[in-house]
Design a protein around this ligand. Structure first.
Ligand SMILES: [Cu+2]
Length: 184
């Protein structure tokens, strides 16, 4: 069927020049053999690009590393602030050992999460707003992060939570408020 569609496109494209495309004798993909045509290859590439565009819809994987030490100090998620789009997937990567990821605050209707230790964890964000999260073992050491998805519809709740949470930190004391200040 695909071959027929390509032949139709080929005939259409070449019609004005009155040229007939003939299928290569030994090839079914149209890219090799004596009958191969650069135009057919181009139309195939175009069709492939269209398929990729439709399937991708710009949803992205966003990697957040769990680290013993980062540019922002010890015990950190890197990057500590992420701006994501609805449908993106956060990929928490256990780059150092001994960490987890768990949501501390999520927008209304969003699913909370809690991972085991040293596991890659994939979270697809399906509700707009701010997500605050931390590591179970190092939450009190300020191993926390912020994700913004679309508009920060729950900014007031997130700010109140972050202030209360930060009061318990024994290190990286200003990290959560700093990351939250990056929300736009
Ligand atoms: Cu940790």
């Amino acid at each position: 069927m695909q071959q027929q569609a390509l032949q139709r496109m080929q005939r259409c494209a070449l019609g004005t020049r009155q040229r007939q495309w003939t299928a290569p004798a030994e090839s079914t993909d149209g890219t090799t053999g004596p009958g191969a045509s650069p135009l057919l290859t181009a139309s195939r590439a175009l069709a492939l690009l269209c398929m990729l565009g439709a399937a991708g819809a710009h949803a992205e994987d966003i990697v957040i590393r769990m680290l013993d030490a980062s540019a922002d100090g010890p015990l950190a998620f890197d990057p500590g602030f992420v701006k994501a789009t609805l449908g993106d997937t956060l990929v928490f990567s256990p780059s150092s050992k001994g960490h987890t990821t768990e949501s501390l605050l999520v927008p209304d209707g969003a699913k909370p999460w809690k991972s085991g230790y040293d596991s890659e964890t994939r979270i697809t964000v399906e509700k707009e707003g701010l997500y605050l999260y931390g590591c179970e073992a190092h939450r009190r050491m300020g191993m926390v992060g912020v994700v913004q998805v679309g508009q920060p519809v729950n900014l007031d709740a997130a700010t109140a939570f972050a202030k209360a949470e930060s009061a318990h930190f024994v290190m990286n004391g200003d990290r959560l408020m700093r990351e939250l200040a990056r929300v736009r």
